[in-house]
Design a protein around this ligand. Structure first.
Ligand code: HEC
Length: 223
């Protein structure tokens, strides 16, 4: 009997320590983090797009966590500065991702603001990046003979639309693109509070250079 008690007590202690280290401490670290001034809450269209991003498994191939310069060349790839906890204030659940089959998308709205490009790329990635291994999402689009009022007709590169037909974006595709365009963490973030040193100058704002566009295929193969 004595051994069973020891075993149970040991298990409880191990579980308690693990919970403290992996749940309680991280919670205490980030619970008071405020949303940076430059970050806007998502609109309802963007939130619908975000749900579609999750449903379509984009997160399995794309991260949303550019790393610090000391960890990798993400900034040189044009993926933006390293993110800080506040950047995820409105991300529930966050979509950090763990696989980089494609480029990091945390700043895709800065790097690629064009709605036409995004719609066409979702319909057929190889129309824009010939060797792309990203799946196409044809079910986010309707193929029609002619446009009706209010239709968003895709402007595809020649040869990619079905013959004598037009491709029209569904509301889901439009919401997804609005979400992608909203991904912008290029505003400056403040470094940690300076120590109360005598005559300390105002804290310098960490420079946040806008991400530079890079060829997507090159960026993907470099990950
Ligand atoms: C099987 C992996 C895979 C999945 C799933 C996937 N992608 Fe991609 N994605 C890639 C690869 C590889 C690239 C780079 C080549 C290209 O641009 O097509 C890419 C590129 C992109 C780009 C351009 C990035 C840039 O820096 O130019 C965007 C935007 C994008 N994907 C969005 C999405 C969205 C939205 C979804 C979900 C609907 C998705 N991806 C699902 C692999 C994937």
């Amino acid at each position: 009997m004595e051994n069973e008690v020891k075993l149970a007590a040991g298990a409880m202690v191990t579980l308690g320590l693990a919970t403290a280290a992996l749940v309680v401490l991280p919670y205490i670290q980030v619970r008071d983090v405020k949303a940076p001034e430059g970050l806007k809450p998502y609109t309802s269209a963007e939130l619908r797009g975000r749900a579609s991003y999750i449903a379509n498994g984009c997160v399995y191939c794309h991260t949303q966590q550019p790393r610090d310069k000391s960890f990798g060349p993400d900034a040189e790839r044009g993926w933006g500065r390293a993110t800080v906890p506040g950047d995820y204030s409105y991300d529930k659940p966050h979509l950090l991702g763990s696989m980089r089959t494609g480029p990091d998308l945390m700043n895709i709205g800065v790097r690629q603001p064009s709605k036409d490009w995004h719609l066409g790329h979702l319909y057929q990635p190889r129309a824009y990046v010939p060797d792309s291994i990203m799946p196409s999402y044809p079910y986010l689009f309707d193929v029609k003979n002619e446009a009706e009022p209010g239709d968003e007709v895709l402007k595809l590169p020649p040869g990619y639309a079905p013959q004598n037909k037009i491709v029209v974006a569904t509301p889901e595709a439009l919401d997804l693109v609005k979400y992608l365009q909203s991904l912008n963490r290029s505003y400056p973030v403040l470094p940690p509070e300076p120590q109360a040193a005598s005559g300390a100058a105002a804290p310098a704002v960490e420079a946040a250079p806008a991400p530079v566009p890079v060829p997507a295929a090159a960026a993907a193969s470099a990950s």
